[in-house]
Design a protein around this ligand. Structure first.
Ligand SMILES: Nc1ncnc2c1ncn2[C@@H]1O[C@H](COP(=O)(O)OP(=O)(O)O)[C@@H](O)[C@H]1O
Ligand SMILES: [Mg+2]
Length: 438
C-alpha cells in the first residue's frame, strides 16, 4: 500500500482514539476527516495556483501524492517546452529558406489578399511583407495577365510572362499553385535571360530573312527573264532553270512564312479588332484551295453561318485558315473529302477543317505546331510545305485568345478546329447580312 493510504489510516486512527478517550469516537473521527479534507483542499489550491500563474517557478513543496502530481506535470511541461523549441526552430528554418528563395513567392488567401510574401517579392513584384499584408495582389501588380491568371488558373504546367512591375528590364514568368485549403501560392520567376535569348533568336531569324529576301528577288527576276527568252535559251538549260525556279520559289515561301511568324511574335498584344465576314473569307480561300487541288479533284464542302462575324485581324486569320485548308488539300489523297465549317455555340465561335486524308499518328500531335516539325519530312517537301504553317496558325490563334484543337487518326483523316471566345463574335442582323452577301 502506498504511504498516502498509511498516512490516511494513521490520521483517522489518531482522531478515533483521541475521540474515544474523550468518549466521543464519532466526533473524533469526523474531526480527523474534516482536517484531512481541509489539508487536501489547501494543497489542491496551491497546485492550481502554480498551474495558473507560476508555472515557470519550481513546483510547490507538497508532500505525498501532490509531490508526485507536481513531478509528472513538471516533466510533461519540460517535454512540451522542448517540442515547442524544436518546432519553432524547424519553422524558422523553413521561413528562412522560403525567404531566401530567388523566386518571388506570395501566399494568397482565397479572396486574393496577401497572407505572406518573401524578400524576392519586394524586389520583383514590389510587394513588401508585412506592410502589404491583407492587400489584394491585383491592386499591387496591375497587369491584365495577373487578373486573368488568378481568375482562370491555367493548368499547373503553364505560366504567363509579364515585365516586372518594380524592376526595369526584368521579365517574370508567373505561376499559381494550389496551396493548403483555399490558399494559393503565387510564384514569379526571373526569366530575363531566357526572354533575352528568345528576343535574340527572333531578331536573328527576322534579320536573316530580310537579308535573304532582296538577293532572292534579284535571282527570281533573272530566272524569269531567262525563261521568258525561250528562243535564246539552250534546250539543256531549260529543265535546269525550271529546277532553280522551283527551289527559289520554295525558298521565297519559307522566307515569307518566317517573316510573318516574326511579325506575329513581335506583336505580343491582342490582335486587332476588325469585324470580319468569315463566310466571305472562306469562300475566297476555298477558291484558291480548289485551284491547288487541280487534277486531284478533292470534294470540298463549306457550311458557314453567315450571321456570325468574327472580330480580329483579317490578314492574320486569312493566313491561319488558309494554312489549315491548304494542309487538308496537301495531306489528303485525290478525290478526298474536305469539309470546312464556321459556326457558333454556347462555347464561342468555331472554324473547323475536316479531311479524310493520311492523318497524323498520336505521338506527333503534342509537337505538331512547332516550327519545322513535320510528320514526314519528304512528303512535306514534296507538297511544297515550309513546315511553318501550323506554327503560324498557333501564333495567330494566341493573338485572338483562341485555341487549336486537333483530332486525327492515321489512315482515316484529321480534324483541325479553332475555338474563338464568345467576346470576339458579332451576330449580324438579317438585313445587314443580306447586303453583305449581295
Ligand atoms: N490535314 C493534315 N493531315 C495530315 N497531316 C497533316 C495535316 N496538317 C498538317 N499535317 C502534318 O503536320 C505537319 C506540319 O504542318 P505545317 O506546319 O502546315 O507544315 P507543312 O509545311 O509541312 O505543311 C505537316 O508536315 C504534316 O505532316
Ligand atoms: Mg502546311
Amino acid at each position: 500500500m502506498s504511504p498516502d493510504i498509511w498516512r490516511l489510516v494513521a490520521w483517522l486512527l489518531a482522531g478515533g482514539l483521541l475521540g474515544a478517550f474523550a468518549g466521543q469516537t464519532q466526533a473524533g473521527l469526523l474531526c480527523a476527516a474534516l482536517g484531512l479534507l481541509f489539508w487536501h483542499y489547501r494543497h489542491l489550491r496551491r497546485l492550481l495556483r502554480w498551474l495558473q500563474v507560476r508555472m515557470d517557478e519550481a513546483a510547490p513543496d507538497s508532500p505525498g501524492i501532490f509531490e508526485e502530481i507536481c513531478r509528472e506535470i513538471d516533466y510533461l511541461h519540460a517535454r512540451h517546452r522542448r517540442r515547442k523549441r524544436k518546432l519553432s526552430r524547424v519553422l524558422k528554418q523553413f521561413q528562412d529558406a522560403t525567404t531566401a528563395l530567388p523566386d518571388a513567392t506570395v501566399i494568397l488567401n482565397e479572396d486574393g489578399s496577401i497572407q505572406w510574401a518573401n524578400t524576392a517579392a519586394a524586389e520583383f513584384l514590389g510587394i513588401h511583407w508585412p506592410e502589404d499584408a491583407k492587400q489584394r495582389l491585383t491592386h499591387l501588380v496591375r497587369h491584365p495577365a495577373v487578373v486573368e491568371l488568378l481568375n482562370n488558373p491555367a493548368p499547373q504546367d503553364q505560366s504567363v510572362e509579364i515585365p516586372s512591375p518594380s524592376k526595369a528590364g526584368v521579365h517574370l514568368s508567373l505561376r499559381v499553385v494550389p496551396y493548403t485549403g483555399h490558399q494559393r501560392l503565387f510564384v514569379a520567376r526571373d526569366v530575363t535571360r531566357l526572354h533575352r535569348l528568345n528576343e535574340i533568336r527572333r531578331d536573328f531569324v527576322a534579320n536573316v530573312s530580310h537579308e535573304l529576301r532582296t538577293p532572292l528577288t534579284v535571282v527570281r527576276g533573272y530566272i524569269e527573264t531567262l525563261r521568258a527568252d525561250d528562243k535564246n535559251c539552250p534546250a539543256v538549260w531549260r529543265p535546269l532553270l525550271a529546277q532553280v525556279e522551283h527551289h527559289t520559289e520554295r525558298m521565297a515561301h519559307v522566307i515569307r512564312d518566317l517573316l510573318l511568324l516574326s511579325r506575329l511574335e513581335q506583336n505580343e498584344q491582342s490582335a486587332g479588332r476588325e469585324e470580319i465576314a468569315v463566310p466571305d473569307m472562306l469562300g475566297r480561300i476555298l477558291a484558291e484551295a480548289r485551284a491547288l487541288s487541280g487534277e486531284r479533284r478533292h470534294l470540298f464542302s463549306l457550311e458557314a453561318d453567315t450571321g456570325l462575324h468574327l472580330v480580329g485581324a483579317e490578314s492574320e486569320l486569312y493566313s491561319a485558315f488558309s494554312n489549315l485548308i491548304v494542309n487538308a488539300v496537301q495531306y489528303t489523297p485525290a478525290r478526298g473529302v474536305i469539309r470546312v465549317r464556321w459556326y457558333g455555340d454556347e462555347h464561342g465561335g468555331h472554324f473547323s477543317v475536316e479531311d479524310n486524308g493520311i492523318g497524323i499518328p498520336e505521338h506527333h500531335l503534342p509537337r505538331i505546331t512547332e516550327r519545322f516539325y513535320r510528320v514526314d519530312q519528304g512528303r512535306s517537301r514534296e507538297t511544297g510545305g515550309t513546315g511553318l504553317g501550323l506554327a503560324i496558325v498557333k501564333h495567330v490563334l494566341q493573338r485572338h485568345e483562341a485555341r487549336l484543337h486537333i483530332e486525327s487518326t492515321p489512315g482515316k483523316g484529321s480534324l483541325f478546329r479553332c475555338d474563338f471566345p464568345a467576346d470576339r463574335l458579332v451576330s449580324v442582323p438579317a438585313d445587314r447580312e443580306q447586303k453583305q452577301s449581295a
